[in-house]
Design a protein around this ligand. Structure first.
Ligand SMILES: Nc1nc2c(ncn2[C@@H]2O[C@H](COP(=O)(O)OP(=O)(O)OP(=O)(O)O)[C@@H](O)[C@H]2O)c(=O)[nH]1
Ligand SMILES: *[C@@H]1O[C@H](CO)[C@@H](O)[C@H](O)[C@H]1NC(C)=O
Length: 435
C-alpha cells in the first residue's frame, strides 16, 4: 500500500467502501481548465492545483503489435489529446514499454520501461502534455484507473460503400482480458504494474478517427483517469497532415541513443554531421531543413527485415542472394564503399562479409535494451546517403520519416527491396513533411 499512499488519501477512505461512488464524487470537483493547459506547457511547470484537477488519458495497444506500429498509435492518441485540450485539462500518460513479441534477448528485464529510455521527454512535452506512468501513480493518488474502455470493431462489420464514423457502447465481442478480483476491481495487464487495478470496464465499438471518442470522454464519463485499450482501433485524424508531422517531429529519440549512433557513424562509417554537413537541431521546432539539401554519410543504409516477414510477406521480400545483388548494385551506382545493415537476423553476414552492423555488447544490450538497439539502427540508417528498406515494414517507415525530417531527397529514401519474382514492385509512398 505504501506505494500509493500520500497525495491520494481520499482513495484510502474509498477502498474499503464503494470505490466507484467515492471516485465519482471526487471527480465532480473538476473545474474546466480550458486554455490553462494548452500544448507547450511541460508537466513540471504545472501548479499543484492544476495537477490535482487534470484528467488522465491512458492507452494500450493489442499485445502482438510491434514497437514501430505503437509509435504510430501514439501519433493518433496525441491528436485526440489535442482535441480534448480544447475543452479540458488532460494529460497523456505514456504507456510503459514491455513484453513485446520481438524483444526476445534473454536475461534482460524488458518490462515497465519508461518512455525516457527511448524518447526525449522534453521534446514530446512541447507537443502535448505527457507524463510517465510512475508520475501518474504518484500524482493521481494510487494505482487505479477509473474507467477502461475496450475499443473493438462493430460485431456486424460495415457494409461496403457505406463508411461512416460512429461510436457506441456495445457488449464486448471478444472474451474480456480483465477479470474481477474479490474486491470487485478489474485485474489485467497494466504494463507489468501488478498493483494497478481498473474500477470499471466497458466496451465501445468504434469506427472512425481518434477524435471521435473525444465527446465520450468529455461528456459520457466523469472518470478522472480513462484508459483506452486496443487503441489501435482508432484511426488517424489526418494522416500525413501538419498535426501528424508535429507529433512525429516531437518524437525525438533519447539523446543517449543518438550519441551512440553518432559515435558509431564516426568510427565505422566515416560519417559525422560536420563532415556530412548535416543540419541538426535537437529542438524539433527549430528543425526545418529544405528537402533535398541533406547529403548524408558515405554509406548505403539497409533495413532488411527477416524473421516473421519471410513467411508473412513472401512475394515482396527478397531472398538473401537477391538482397545482396541489389545492395552491391546500389553501392556501385552511388559510388559507396560501405554498407550499414540493420536487420533482425544473422543470415546476411555470411554472404555479405563487408557489411557493417551495430553489434551491441551484452552490457550495451542490457542498458539500451532491444528497443534502444533498434533505435540506434534506425538512427544510423537515417543518416545514410541512400536508404533501402523492406516492403510494408513499419520499422522501415519510421526511417523514412526520420530522413524526411532530416531533409533528404525523397529519391534517396523511399526505396524498398523487391521480391525475387515480384512483377509489379511498387515503391513506398513519399509522405511529404508539412510544417
Ligand atoms: N535492432 C533491430 N531490430 C529490428 C530490426 N528489424 C526488426 N527489428 C525488431 O523487430 C521489431 C519489428 O517489429 P516492428 O517494430 O513492429 O516493425 P515491422 O518491421 O513493421 O514489423 P511488424 O509491425 O511486426 O509487421 C522491431 O521493433 C525490433 O525490435 C533491425 O533492423 N534492427
Ligand atoms: C453518450 O451520451 C449520449 C447522450 O446521453 C448518448 O446518446 C450516447 O449513446 C453515449 N455514447 C456512448 C458511447 O456511450
Amino acid at each position: 500500500m505504501a506505494a500509493w499512499e500520500g497525495p491520494g488519501s481520499l482513495f484510502l477512505l474509498c477502498v474499503a467502501a464503494a470505490a466507484a461512488l467515492c471516485l465519482s464524487r471526487a471527480t465532480a470537483a473538476i473545474e474546466p481548465l480550458a486554455g490553462a493547459f494548452g500544448a507547450g506547457h511541460g508537466p513540471a511547470s504545472l501548479p499543484a492545483a492544476a495537477a490535482r484537477s487534470r484528467r488522465y488519458l491512458l492507452y494500450d495497444v493489442n499485445p502482438p503489435e510491434g514497437f514501430n506500429l505503437r509509435r504510430d498509435v501514439y501519433i493518433r492518441i496525441a491528436s485526440l489529446l489535442k482535441t480534448l485540450l480544447k475543452n479540458e485539462a488532460w494529460v497523456l500518460v505514456l504507456p510503459p514499454w514491455g513484453r513485446l513479441y520481438h524483444w526476445q534477448s534473454p536475461d534482460i528485464d524488458q518490462v515497465r520501461i519508461p518512455w525516457s529510455d527511448f524518447f526525449d521527454l522534453p521534446s514530446l512535452s512541447k507537443n502535448i502534455p505527457v507524463i510517465e506512468y510512475e508520475q501518474f501513480l504518484a500524482e493521481s493518488g494510487g494505482p487505479f484507473i477509473e474507467q477502461i474502455y475496450l475499443l473493438q470493431s462493430y460485431a456486424e462489420g460495415w457494409k461496403e460503400g457505406t463508411w461512416e464514423e460512429k461510436i457506441d457502447e456495445r457488449p464486448c465481442v471478444d472474451q474480456l482480458m480483465y477479470s474481477k478480483d474479490k474486491h470487485e476491481y478489474y485485474r489485467g495487464w497494466f504494463w507489468g504494474y501488478e498493483e494497478t487495478r481498473g474500477l470499471g470496464v466497458s466496451c465501445l465499438s468504434v469506427q472512425g478517427s481518434a477524435s471521435i471518442i473525444a465527446p465520450v470522454l468529455l461528456k459520457n464519463t466523469s472518470a478522472r483517469s480513462v484508459m483506452l485499450d486496443r487503441a489501435e482501433n482508432l484511426l488517424h485524424d489526418h494522416y500525413g497532415g501538419r498535426d501528424y508531422w508535429n507529433t512525429r517531429r516531437s518524437m525525438v529519440f533519447a539523446k543517449h541513443l543518438r550519441v551512440v549512433g553518432d559515435e558509431f557513424r564516426g568510427k565505422y562509417l566515416g560519417s559525422t554531421d560536420e563532415m556530412d554537413k548535416t543540419e541538426y537541431n535537437e529542438d524539433w521546432e527549430k528543425m526545418k531543413v529544405k528537402l533535398g539539401t541533406t547529403v548524408g554519410g558515405p554509406y548505403l543504409g539497409v533495413h532488411l527485415r527477416r524473421k516473421d516477414f519471410i513467411w508473412g510477406h513472401r512475394d515482396d521480400v527478397p531472398s538473401l542472394q537477391g538482397a545482396v545483388k541489389k545492395i552491391r548494385s546500389l553501392m556501385k551506382m552511388y559510388n559507396l564503399e560501405r554498407v550499414f545493415v540493420a536487420t533482425d537476423s544473422d543470415e546476411l553476414k555470411k554472404i555479405l562479409p563487408e557489411m557493417v552492423r551495430f553489434e551491441p555488447t551484452w552490457e550495451e544490450l542490457e542498458i539500451y535494451k532491444d528497443g534502444g538497439i533498434a533505435i540506434i539502427d534506425q538512427w544510423i540508417c537515417a543518416h545514410a546517403r541512400y536508404f533501402i528498406g523492406t516492403s510494408v515494414s513499419t520499422f522501415s517507415f519510421r526511417i523514412h520519416e526520420e530522413r524526411e525530417i532530416l531533409g533528404f531527397d525523397p529519391k534517396t529514401t523511399y526505396n524498398r527491396f523487391c521480391g525475387d519474382k515480384e512483377k509489379n514492385c511498387e515503391q513506398p509512398t513519399h509522405w511529404k513533411i508539412v510544417y
